[in-house]
Ligand binder design. Sequence first.
Ligand SMILES: [Zn+2]
Length: 460
Amino acid sequence: MLDLAIRGGTLLTEQGEFLADVGVEHDRIAAIAQPGALPAARKTLEVEGCFVLPGIIDIHFHVRAPGHPARGTFPTETRAAAAGGVTTVLEMPISVPCCATAEVLENRKALGEQQSYVNFGLYGAPGRLDRDQVLAMADAGACGFKIFTHALPKGREEEFLGLCIDRADEIYRALELVGETGRLVSCHAENEQLIQLFEGRIKSAGRIDPAGFVASRPPVVEALSVAELAAMCADLGTHVHIAHVSCAAALRQLQQGQAAGLPMTGETCPHYLFFTAADMDRHGPFAMIKPPLRSREDQDALWAGLLDGSLAAITTDHSPFTLAEKERGLPNIWQGAIGSPGVEALLPGVLTEALDGRLPLKSALRLLTSQPARLFHLYPERGTVQPGSIADLVVYDPRPTGSVDSSRWLTQARAIDRLYHGRRQRGAVRTTIVNGVIVYQEGQIVAEPGTGRFVRPARP
Ligand SMILES: [Zn+2]
């Protein structure tokens, strides 16, 4: 007897779409059957007209717990993930203190295991350049490592100590250490010296407007950092993953590295795919993200990169802040917090584009599920729907049309969304299943915190 039968839906994976019923036993997919052919089940979901898809894997996420409960916590931000159809988040190592030792990583793991509604992995920060700690974090199950190639953000030193390394020798050493673990290093690529050059010019002109922030970090800031990382990757062979690629110039550097056979991958985010610097003018600090929102031409290049495979994943960089932290950027943009929430907009946003014909549905699934799972050696346990894989599933109804109402989001940071509110959306997440447990259904969280599990790479 099955524990759960999902009947009448269209199974949607990177392979394509076909009518099928899905059976779950305990925490795993037990059967995929012709419509009507599943054995009896204790519970049945009738999902005619809906897509059934693997749970989304968001490989760039910020809860930041423990540290700033006013911004968000594991319960608040992972319930938002569940509402967005995201069943696994890979959490960046920004916390208080920064996740740069095995001890901090173990503490965060224990916290997430108690409090998370969805599965979670943890990146480590290698920037203290302490070999024993980097190896110990890998042993403790770090999914990968993260560095920023710009300086420590002022006022947030404790959260970022061990993450921000802007000198070439330090970056090289960090890549060398991560290379020993066999894991990848996700790089926030912005060259510090060029930031200082451009930001210095803008600030000395007295500018405090939103466009000034965009102009302080032009594409060359990002492209130069990617080029530097590519040169080190060529020397060391460490898997370099470029976080949130935002522009054509950086993408070109990544593509050149890939064409040379280097182990380089990259991701981009919905905000770069859906919005441009014009939205920064409109929303000011609420659209302040780094790298900043770019031009229409950059956006077109990113879409092409998703289609040609040079970008491997779409991730959120979901970053909760308080309303006060964002409003500090009015009228002086330099005072505002940088980052934006969006985990509840990822799947609906990308599927809306796919249903509109901007990319094939199976490509959308590849970028949101199977490819992120492969990057972190979670596949085929996760990132697919096949017999034996973990039952992380989403039921998505493509029929309702409307617009995003972010005042109803579950993220604690819903008050700072300006980008997505009112955006046209096709369809909605109806049900999210994590490890065989229904966590989210029709607008409600219906499971307990702690339903999510810690995930670690199957190898190396
Ligand atoms: Zn981030």
